[in-house]
Design a protein around this ligand. Structure first.
Ligand SMILES: *Cc1c(COP(=O)(O)O)cnc(C)c1O
Length: 377
């Protein structure tokens, strides 16, 4: 192999510079930019592969299944299911976890109808198309939570078919949490006998386990599967996530494959062995107490941001236990600079661990300035 040309080296250097600059101005996406995984860099020298079910063997021994099982056990604790009853694996991100949950729901209830709110993540509609599942979109309330009256009326009309509820545990735009207790009450009231709940807990799945008054979100509140992102709150150089479900369900879809000596229970065949290691490392280093502190700091910074906006006469708000601060959509310059994610007339900032008070102050000042410019026109 040849060495890189000078030109190619410069190109890489420029990309790194771009990453560095953009990382200093990241307020809009729910990703944690503060992490340090250098201690596990040596593992990048191996063609590691976690092919197959992490709870089953494989002929390919360069894998991190053992660490992946530890990650699943830890997440099981966070998501309130006995690790003995839980099954799961490390995914490529929230989308794959959602697809797995809905796939499981369809295998258990082939003629079920999926209910989800207007504020649901864009991955869900795509997944429903891929899986060819019947589905009905339900109205949302102003704060992003599902409209329980609309849900009740819609399920009432379809009482004879199994209900698959896609619960938003922290919506993307407003950080709203659908109330699993209310949903289960509706199912009980209507005497629905077959149901399945999937929790899409991409970001808030790593917030709610660490606050004192969480909204219902986990297996103890009726979830049958749950997806969390790894690159969001925990932070990771490679997108990843975790999907959890009940061990008894997985038995229904597993199939063994002799060629690689695996149980084929995961969506991909070959799987990343590095991301389980990385999540394991982060969980070992933070511990539950570490996450409690990180989450506490994020929530107080979110409070600070809401106050700063409101003091400046710009109305901002957030949902309970959410680090997503919603405010009026600013000019495109401000959106571009801070990589904000606008939606219609709103935008949000998310107080991830790398976000500082200074960044919030700067943003608020710029929003004020962009308002003044608009008024002057
Ligand atoms: C980010 C997000 C997802 C998708 O996660 P990816 O890791 O990007 O696939 C799903 N649901 C919600 C609510 C999200 O915020």
């Amino acid at each position: 192999m040849n060495n890189l040309t000078q030109e190619s080296k410069l190109r890489l250097a420029a990309l790194e510079e771009l990453y560095r600059e953009a990382s200093a101005h990241a307020l809009g996406y729910p990703v944690n930019l503060t992490f340090d995984y250098k201690e596990i860099l040596p593992f990048l020298d191996y063609n590691a592969n976690n092919v197959g079910d992490p709870f089953h063997g494989t002929n390919y021994r360069i894998n991190s299944h053992d660490f992946e099982r530890d990650v699943i056990a830890r997440f099981a604790g966070f998501m309130r299911i006995d690790p003995e009853d839980a099954w799961g694996y490390v995914t490529t991100g929230g989308t794959e976890g959602n697809m797995y949950g809905l796939y499981m729901a369809r295998e258990l209830h082939p003629n079920g109808v999926v209910y989800f709110s207007q504020d649901t993540h864009y991955s869900i509609l795509k997944i429903l198309r891929v899986l060819n599942m019947r589905n009905i979109m339900i109205k949302s309330q102003e704060n992003g939570e599902i409209d329980y009256d609309d849900l009740r009326e819609t399920i009432r009309i379809n009482r004879d078919v199994p209900v698959i509820f896609m619960a938003n545990i922290g919506t993307t735009m407003k950080g709203a949490v659908d109330d699993l207790r209310q949903v289960r009450n509706i199912l009980d009231d209507l005497a629905v006998t077959q149901s399945y709940i999937h929790s899409d807990a991409a970001l808030s799945g790593m917030i709610l386990p660490f606050v004192s008054d969480p909204q219902p979100f986990g297996f103890d509140e009726g979830a049958d599967s749950l997806a969390v992102s790894g690159h969001k709150l925990i932070g990771s150089p490679i997108p990843c996530g975790v999907v959890l479900t009940r061990k008894e369900y997985v038995a229904r879809i597993s199939r063994s494959v002799e060629y690689v000596g695996v149980m084929d229970t995961t969506l991909p065949g070959s799987r990343n062995a590095w991301t389980p290691l990385l999540l394991w490392y982060a969980l070992e280093r933070h511990g539950e107490e570490g996450f409690r502190q990180v989450v506490g700091r994020m929530l107080s910074l979110a409070d600070y941001a809401v106050e700063r906006f409101n003091e400046s006469g710009i109305s901002a708000w957030r949902n309970p236990n959410s680090v997503t601060v919603v405010f009026p959509r600013p000019s495109s310059d401000v959106i571009g600079k801070w990589q904000l994610a606008p939606y219609r007339d709103i935008a949000h900032l998310i107080t991830m661990p790398h976000v500082t008070r200074e960044m919030v102050d700067e943003l608020v000042d710029e929003c004020l300035e962009s308002e003044r410019v608009q008024l002057a026109r």
